[in-house]
Design a protein around this ligand. Structure first.
Ligand SMILES: [Cu+2]
Length: 579
């Protein structure tokens, strides 16, 4: 069983336990004896089963089980300890066990709420608030059911509830580490002397575009979605003038995967101010990384990219040989955009397909009709890629795979999520059952460049209640906090930095660090065994633990976030900062 499935199973069993106790309490209150005993038995069994799932989660990693061991464990023990003995000697009137059963229900529900609303790291504040809620709810239920506890019991319960509430609230609202607030740096623009320069102008504006035969409202660069394809040769200087015609939310250009100087990175409020309607901003950087990249707005990035403010950036090492095409995949107002038309080529011509996922979720790609190699991932060439046949590829949000093959005499087709986006003729292969390539075991290995790390950070991805804004929100969190309250990761120039990224949520988080490619060291405790993988976008699936590392060689303040941009906007963004 994967850790992801264990997390789901544990959640389902926890709900069963809570429902069993509460249902038992309600059934006994209305004197439905067999039903009450049956539900209590279900709750007891579920509580026992959780001992197994929580132990298994703790073995998979403390991050998955911390609050379950420290808060759920004691509360479940209290539930069984209070309700169990009363059930063993059920009195003639079943109604007498209803308050203990309700207590057990509140204790189990309280623990469940701690997991759902707070998660990792386990905190004393959350535990105490749960205790206060459990005691208060039990007192109210007792009163409603006409239970007459002794004066001492009532006083002790009230005292416990008030003390837990006060202490828990104090601990929960106490300010944590003060986050660094990005401030105005004056935003210097890089000056690069006379060098071969590729100049482009991108004007952002709202337009109506034809999306597969349907007119839809979009935001576009130069009136087209995707925006113009920007190409350069290694060594060129790329100069892009960004103008905003009428996008009220502001626009910037972020060079996804391109490790530009910090002041060219295009993150509003961090590296520059957003470009407002009527304004412009000039980006300049040297194209010293060959490969497949893309650009997109980082201002209101979720809606901005979804609406169409993105395009392709390809930097080639030299002149094009053979057929070299980009295949950006994008979903505009719920519909996949048609891929650009590709002219057929003669057999034997070398073909390079640059696959780019510009959506916020993973896509499954299948190239049918020819063996191929994955020459590069996220713009970086792989070492010793071997030919693949009938193998599917999962490309994370923001990720790129370059596929190379020699054009066969027979038709070739590329499928994305089962839909043909590129084809030179009919291909009769069903691709749905193909195995998926694991890039961690593909290509030829090489020795890791580092054996020790100067800084290590752990990022535990989850969901939780964020109360720090005016409106509470169910945020996507990192280490229990949401942007802007996630403390920045501070490194020094030259540090070798290791990230452990843990996903304890139920959804995929495509992780994306700006300004650096990271080298994958291991996933779920198993070392990467193929070509060195230098990624800028990688899917951390539910229950997964990734170890990645990089050298801090690009000073500045860098966004480090989930590239499901809705998640990034809902809290899952932090910053890497050079001291
Ligand atoms: Cu995410």
């Amino acid at each position: 069983m994967t850790t992801g499935s264990l997390l789901v199973a544990d959640l389902v069993i926890a709900v069963l336990a809570a429902a069993g106790w509460l249902g038992g309490g309600a059934a006994s209150a209305v004197r439905r004896r067999p039903l009450a005993l049956g539900l209590a038995a279900v709750a007891l069994l579920a509580t026992l089963a959780r001992a197994v799932t929580i132990t298994a989660l703790a073995r998979a990693g403390w991050w998955f089980a911390a609050e379950k061991v420290l808060i759920t464990g004691p509360l479940s023990l209290a539930a069984v300890g209070v309700a169990g003995p009363r059930l063993l000697r059920v009195p003639g009137d079943i109604r007498a066990v209803s308050v203990p059963l309700f207590f057990a229900g509140y204790a189990t529900s309280g623990a469940l709420l701690v997991t759902i609303l707070h998660g990792y790291p386990a905190s004393a504040g959350a535990g105490l608030l749960a205790v206060a809620g459990v005691v208060a709810a039990t007192m109210i239920s007792g009163r409603a059911l006409g239970a007459r506890p002794s004066r001492t019991v009532s006083r002790v319960a009230l005292g416990v509830a008030v003390a837990a509430l006060v202490t828990g609230t104090g601990l929960t609202v106490a300010p944590g580490a003060a986050p660094a607030v990005p401030h105005d740096h004056g935003y210097p623009v890089a000056r690069i002397a006379d060098e071969p320069t590729r100049r482009f102008t991108l004007t952002a504006g709202s337009v109506t575009v034809d999306a597969g035969g349907r007119n839809v409202a979009a935001w576009a660069f130069n009136g087209q979605v995707p925006g113009p394809e920007l190409t350069a040769t290694v060594g060129d200087v790329v100069e892009v003038t960004l103008r905003n015609r009428d996008i009220g939310r502001g626009v910037t250009l972020h060079w996804h995967g391109y490790d530009v100087p910090n002041d060219q990175d295009g993150v509003p409020g961090v590296t520059q101010a957003a470009v407002r309607p009527g304004q412009e901003f000039v980006y300049r950087f040297r194209a010293d990384q060959a490969g497949t990249y893309w650009y997109h707005t980082h201002s209101a990035s979720d809606v901005g990219v979804r609406m169409g403010l993105y395009g392709v950036l390809v930097v080639r090492p030299g002149p094009v040989t053979g057929l070299d095409v980009t295949v950006p995949v994008h979903t505009l107002t719920g519909r996949p955009l048609p891929a650009p038309r590709v002219e057929p080529v003669e057999a034997g011509v070398p073909v390079r397909l640059r696959l780019i996922n510009t959506d916020s979720t993973t896509h499954r790609y299948a190239l049918a009709g020819t063996p191929f190699r994955v020459a590069a991932i996220d713009g970086v060439d792989l070492r010793g890629p071997t030919p693949l046949v009938d193998t599917a590829l999962l490309i994370p949000a923001g990720g790129r795979y370059d596929l190379v093959f020699s054009a066969p005499a027979t038709p070739v087709a590329l499928f994305v999520d089962g839909r043909a986006v590129y084809s030179t003729g009919p291909v009769s292969t069903a691709t749905g059952a193909w195995p998926v390539l694991d890039p961690l075991g593909y290509g030829a290995t090489a020795a890791a460049p580092w054996s020790r790390f100067d800084k290590t950070f752990t990022l535990v991805l989850d969901r939780g209640l964020d109360l720090r804004n005016l409106l509470p929100r169910y945020a996507h969190t990192v280490n229990g906090a949401a942007d802007p309250d996630i403390p920045p990761q501070v490194v020094r120039r030259g540090d070798v930095v290791r990230f452990t990224i843990v996903n304890r949520s139920q959804i995929v988080h495509p992780w994306h660090l700006h300004g650096h490619h990271v080298l994958v060291l291991a996933r779920n405790g198993k070392s990467a065994a193929g070509s060195p993988l230098w990624l800028d976008s990688f899917d951390v699936r539910p229950g997964e633990v990734w170890e990645v590392a990089f050298r801090a060689d690009n000073p500045g303040m860098w966004a480090n976030h989930c590239h499901n941009l809705a998640h990034a906007d809902a809290g899952m963004t932090l910053h890497l900062m050079y001291s």
